[in-house]
Design a protein around this ligand. Structure first.
Ligand SMILES: O=C(O)c1ccc[n+]([C@@H]2O[C@H](COP(=O)([O-])O)[C@@H](O)[C@H]2O)c1
Ligand SMILES: Cc1cc2nc[nH]c2cc1C
Length: 338
């Protein structure tokens, strides 16, 4: 078995949660106790305090640091583009990968600013998945191969993992995964993507409804193969590999969160180490975040993908830890009232 092969079957993942590292409440409590001693009114750093405690519990230390931040952007192409669901042509995926590699995309600027090491992982862009509305997007083997590639891309020495994606047509794939796992109406999970008008969105909703109906009897991980794409599968693999190394994950927007819906459906414990970087302008993201029981860190009206909102959220995490580790306590600073 090659070293990078971690999973052989989709069912390997559904059964994984009990064997994975868990949040260590002892270190989170120690971080909370430190927060209470820092020179500020109790709770005045709001969510920054919660984030410091979250990172402490997952990293297994009362004073976690982000020395190495890894950003992974997975790119894939989708057979469902044959249905005309995407305003931009499919070749934009490979062209944007070239742009990432040349440093010209938004994610390059935001990773540079936030101090993340960016790697772009194109996944067989010249061989799109099948059209999920007429058959399975991927076989189990194709899906497991992409999961394993995603897992192998994670640097186990990282302190935090930023995840993003690029794939023309994948807002339709995201809607299909969300609808397929969480139910509701197809149209509630469909949005503009890269700029679909109302007719385009109606078409997307019809295509999503057809696909979800076709694959309705499958398990959540089987739905990842049937409705998803390679970048969605790779995101799932990276999430699991990060968990094994106790690395907290920052998911990006709608597409990236929806990619993890099969993990949620399989076992919500698989996502306990994940944060959601920002609230996407895609309308379905709100319900998705509610189903994940996670509040996005930022809400800036963005809908770009690429990991851009997650890279921005990294700066908030850095802010949380700068205060947590660098501030003086009341006793150290001789400030009264602590
Ligand atoms: O993640 C999001 O919140 C998001 C929302 C809308 C669009 N996108 C990006 O736009 C592309 C998918 O849009 P579309 O219209 O081609 O399905 C894909 O490359 C995503 O990275 C991403
Ligand atoms: C130009 C462009 C850049 C993107 N980045 C992520 N998705 C994208 C889609 C398009 C069309």
């Amino acid at each position: 078995m090659p070293e990078t092969t971690i999973f052989s079957h989709l069912s390997d993942i559904s059964d994984l949660a009990p064997s994975l590292p868990e949040f260590d409440q002892q270190f989170a409590d120690a971080a909370r106790a430190r927060q209470a001693q820092l020179t500020k009114p109790p709770g005045s750093l709001g969510k920054l305090e919660e984030l410091a405690e979250f990172l402490a519990g997952w990293r297994g230390t009362a004073q976690p640091e982000i020395r190495e931040a890894q950003a992974l952007v997975f790119a894939g192409n989708h057979g469902v583009c044959d249905r005309g669901v995407n305003p931009f042509p499919q070749e934009v995926t490979v062209q944007m990968v070239a742009n990432f590699e040349a440093g010209g995309a938004a994610i390059n600027q935001l990773c540079q600013l936030s101090g993340a090491n960016l790697s772009v992982v194109p996944l067989e862009l010249d061989r799109p998945t099948g059209d999920f509305s007429t058959g399975a997007a991927m076989s189990e083997k194709e899906c497991v191969d992409a999961i394993n590639l995603g897992a192998a891309a994670v640097s186990t020495s990282a302190d935090i993992l930023i995840l993003g994606e690029m794939g023309i047509g994948n807002s339709t794939v995201a809607a299909a995964l969300a609808h397929g796992i969480l139910g509701g109406d197809a149209k509630d999970w469909v949005g503009r993507g890269t700029g679909s008008d109302s007719d385009g969105q109606s078409l997307k909703a019809r295509v999503v409804a057809e696909g979800v109906k076709r694959h309705a009897s499958l398990s959540p991980m089987e739905k990842l193969a049937a409705l998803g794409g390679r970048e969605q599968a790779a995101i799932c693999g990276a999430v699991i590999a990060a968990r094994r190394a106790r690395i907290p994950v920052v998911l990006d927007g709608y597409i990236c969160t929806a990619a993890c819906a099969p993990l949620l459906g399989a076992d919500p414990r698989l996502l306990e180490h994940c944060l959601i970087g920002h609230a996407s302008a895609e309308p379905g993201h709100k319900a998705l975040c509610a189903a994940f029981d996670k509040a996005p860190i930022l809400d800036l009206g963005m809908a770009l993908g690429e990991g851009s909102g997650a890279a921005l959220a990294l700066m908030v995490l850095r802010g949380a830890l700068s205060c947590h580790n660098g501030m003086a306590t009341f006793a150290e600073a001789g400030v009264a009232g602590g």
